[in-house]
Design a protein around this ligand. Structure first.
Ligand code: 6PG
Length: 471
């Protein structure tokens, strides 16, 4: 349409906003950008080359550049900045316009914003964007939620800019309200779990087997070439090969061992608690990031709390192979926990998620993309309402067939005094899930003993209470 107006607007021209803008423009969409920081608008102009991109100096000018009904994407930090952009935009917008939040917003906020804007006739999409800077520029995985008709309006843009696996774009309409941001939150929860499992493997190999950084790079590159293939495996191999310009030593050994976090993993764990759906490997990943932050206490404790010698004395090659198998099994469990949470949340919140679609759009562009997502997608294709990946014949067998390796790795961590809570949680979850009987009968008896909370029986219907204390 040659009306001099732009197809879509972008508010927030930081690295992600600028890259996604250029990505859109490369696919033939004209984009008007705005950032409160004039330098970022200038940077976009400089990067635009001959592309159909403009950077407006004011919000009023920016809105005026857009074709009505307008579609405006925000890529600003989650939290108050999102509300502030919406507040500033509103006086310039009209009924029928669409705002898209591409940040890692808390899904509860997305629901509230969507409702408030709908009351003013403005549509709102919460779109998870994964893949970092490179993804934004060359093809992210996009997880959109909100009104379907709003998605259909911007679908050509989103499909064009998304990563593709074969001919399939890594984007699809996921569901109403906060469905997109919820799926992105759980994506990040799984991301935390996979990173923790990889970090524990590193710890076993470094402190346990004494591998050098060059050897670690080779091990992870080898794993990435096989069934463990995935983006996080690939970058881990590259990280171990990186030499620090400042010291000439491997950079990894110069990095402080305190993990940061912006909250998405914690939100995943918190909501899993709310929905009473266990995701212990994601919980473990959040907890271990938290523990890493207690650096001073850990240093003090390390001087007084001795453990066993941390050097592994068994067959190194056999252990390496076993660790690869254990990692594969634990990763299936981690994806499985996240997807089981999505299964529950979809029912509880009315998202109507198709988990085969979720697995499909995670196969490319995003941080948790991995070869494993192909069999995971196939599992949900076979059985769309599968409550847990462990109940899929193929993936269940893949974990069960590697359980001896998983047990060996957990035992090695325990005997060497190397913390492997991620692996332990994955194994205990597997053992708990496959237990037709769990000792929860005792917990019920205790609850009834001290609080008259009652219990059910296996041999009769109804609710029972016992007078446990006998005078
Ligand atoms: C992605 C990442 C991205 C971001 C996370 C990091 O999918 O591209 O998950 O969203 O890097 O916010 O999260 P933490 O800072 O909590 O590790």
């Amino acid at each position: 349409m040659n009306d001099g107006k732009y197809d879509i607007g972008m508010v927030g021209l930081g690295v992600m906003g600028q890259n996604l803008t250029l990505n859109m423009a490369d696919h033939g969409f004209s984009v008007a950008g705005f950032d409160r920081d004039a330098a970022k608008g200038e940077a976009l102009r400089a990067a635009a080359g001959g592309r159909p991109v403009a950077a407006a100096a004011t919000l009023a000018e920016f809105v005026g550049l857009l074709r009505a009904p307008r579609a405006i994407m925000m890529l600003v930090p989650a939290g108050p900045p999102v509300d502030s952009v919406i507040r500033d935009l509103l006086p310039h917008l009209a009924a029928g316009d669409l705002i898209i939040d591409g940040g890692n917003s808390y899904y509860v906020d997305t629901d509230a914003r969507g409702k408030a804007l709908a009351a003013r006739g403005i549509a709102y999409l919460g779109v998870g964007v994964s893949g970092g800077e490179h993804g934004a520029r060359h093809g992210p995985s996009l997880m959109p939620g909100g009104p379907r008709e709003a998605y259909e309006r911007v679908r050509p843009v989103l499909e064009a800019v998304a990563a593709h696996v074969g001919a399939e774009p890594c984007v699809t309409y996921l569901g109403p309200g906060s469905a997109g941001h919820y799926v992105k939150m759980v994506h990040n929860g799984i991301e935390y779990a996979l990173m923790q499992l990889i970090a524990e493997s590193y710890d076993l190999l470094k402190r346990g087997l004494g591998l050098s950084d060059a050897e670690l790079a080779a091990v992870f590159a080898g794993w990435n070439a096989g069934e463990l293939n995935g983006y996080l495996m690939e970058i881990t191999a590259q990280i171990f090969g990186r030499i620090d310009e400042r010291t000439g030593k491997p950079l990894i050994d110069e990095i402080l061992d305190e993990a940061g976090q912006k909250g998405t993993g914690m939100w995943t764990s918190q909501d899993a608690m709310n929905l009473q759906t266990p995701i212990p490997t994601i919980d473990a990943a959040v907890a271990l990031r938290d523990l890493s932050g207690f650096k001073t206490e850990r240093e003090a404790a390390s001087r007084v709390l001795a453990g066993p010698p941390q050097r592994f004395s068994g067959d190194r090659d056999a252990f390496l192979a076993s660790l690869g198998h254990a990692l594969h099994a634990a990763m299936i469990v981690a994806y499985g926990q996240g997807l089981a949470l999505l299964h529950t949340a979809s029912q509880a919140r009315g998202y109507g998620l198709h988990l085969a679609d979720v697995a499909r759009i995670w196969r490319g562009g995003c941080i948790i993309r991995a070869a494993l997502l192909e069999p995971i997608r196939a599992a949900y294709d076979r059985q769309p309402d599968l409550p847990n990946l462990l109940l899929d014949a193929e993936l269940g067998a893949a974990v069960a067939g590697r359980q001896a390796d998983l047990r060996g790795v957990v035992a090695a961590g325990a005997s060497l005094g190397i913390p492997v809570l991620g692996f332990m949680s994955a194994l205990a979850y597997f053992d708990g899930y496959r237990s037709a009987w769990l000792p929860a009968n005792l917990i019920q008896a205790q609850r009834d003993y001290f609080g008259a909370h009652t219990y059910e029986r296996i041999d009769a219907q109804g609710v029972f209470h016992t007078q446990w204390e006998q005078e």
